[in-house]
Design a binder for this molecule. Structure first.
Ligand code: SF4
Length: 237
C-alpha cells in the first residue's frame, strides 16, 4: 500500500509540473458551476470560448433564471448536448433563486440536489469556490491513480471513496487539478512514461519508457495547448 508520504511527494512533483488551476476555475461560484455543467462531455476549450458571451448575456443566476431555454440554447449551441444543458441550467438557476436565495449552495448535499449536478460537478465547485476538501474523479483521475497503484478500483465512484480516505485534506484540492492534466497529456492510453516526472514512483507494470523520435515536438505541443487553455481560462469572465 502506498504511504501518505509518497502520495504527497507525487502530488508535489505533479503540482510543479502542472501548475495551472483547473480549466473551470474561472470566477465566482455561479460562474464555476455554469462552467462545469457546460463542460460535461465537451472539450474545455470549446466551453471557455463561449463563456465571455454567455456571462455577458446572463451575468447572474437571477438573469439566467429569467431567461427562456431557447435564449440559453442560443448562447451554447456550439457544444454537444446543448438542449439538455440549457434545460439543466434554467432549472438549476430557478432552484438556486427559489430555494437558496440566489446563492450557489456550498455543501455536497445541496449541490447534488440541483439539476444536472452530480458528485463530480459538485466536488469541482466545492474545491474551486468554497475551499472545501473534495475530490472530483473523472476518467483521467480514475485511470492515473489506478496506474500509480494508489487504488485498485473498477469505477470512478469507488476511486473517489478510496481517495477521500487516503488523501490528507490539505492535498485533496490538488488531486483533480494535476491528474486531469496528467491524464490528458502524459498518462494517456499508451502512456508517455518517458516524459513522466513521477515514473520512479509509479507502480504501473507496462511503462512506456522509450521516447519516440518526435518527443520534443509532442512536449512542445503539450505546452502550447496548456498555454492556450490557460489564456482562455483567464479571459473566460
Ligand atoms: S509512469 Fe507512466 S503510467 Fe505511471 S503515471 Fe507516469 S505516465 Fe502514467
Amino acid at each position: 500500500m502506498v504511504s501518505k508520504q509518497q502520495i504527497i511527494q507525487i502530488l508535489k512533483r505533479l503540482k510543479k509540473y502542472w501548475p495551472n488551476p483547473g480549466a473551470m476555475e474561472i470566477g465566482n461560484p455561479y460562474q464555476n458551476l455554469v462552467g462545469v455543467l457546460l463542460s460535461a462531455r465537451t472539450r474545455d476549450e470549446q466551453v471557455l470560448k463561449l463563456m465571455p458571451g454567455f456571462f455577458e448575456a446572463f451575468p447572474t443566476v437571477y438573469v439566467l433564471a429569467q431567461a427562456s431555454e431557447k435564449q440559453i440554447e442560443s448562447h451554447i449551441n456550439t457544444i454537444g448536448m446543448f438542449h439538455q444543458k440549457a434545460k439543466n441550467l434554467k432549472k438549476m438557476a430557478t432552484d438556486v433563486v427559489n430555494t437558496y436565495d440566489g446563492s450557489i449552495p456550498s455543501t455536497m448535499e445541496d449541490l447534488v440536489s440541483l439539476a444536472g449536478v452530480g458528485r463530480k460537478t459538485a466536488s469541482v465547485v466545492l474545491v474551486a469556490s468554497f475551499q472545501t476538501p473534495a475530490i472530483a474523479v473523472d476518467t483521467h483521475v480514475h485511470r492515473v491513480t489506478n496506474r500509480l497503484g494508489w487504488v485498485k478500483t473498477q469505477t470512478p465512484e469507488k476511486t473517489e471513496q478510496a481517495l477521500l480516505k487516503m488523501i490528507p485534506d490539505k492535498w485533496k484540492h490538488t488531486v483533480n487539478q494535476v491528474f486531469v492534466k496528467h491524464g490528458r497529456y502524459l498518462c494517456i492510453s499508451k502512456p508517455r512514461c518517458w516524459a513522466c516526472p513521477v515514473r520512479d514512483l509509479c507502480a504501473f507494470k507496462k511503462k512506456n519508457l522509450t521516447a519516440p523520435k518526435n518527443a520534443d515536438e509532442i512536449l512542445t505541443d503539450i505546452q502550447r495547448r496548456e498555454r492556450t487553455l490557460e489564456q482562455l481560462r483567464e479571459h473566460a469572465v
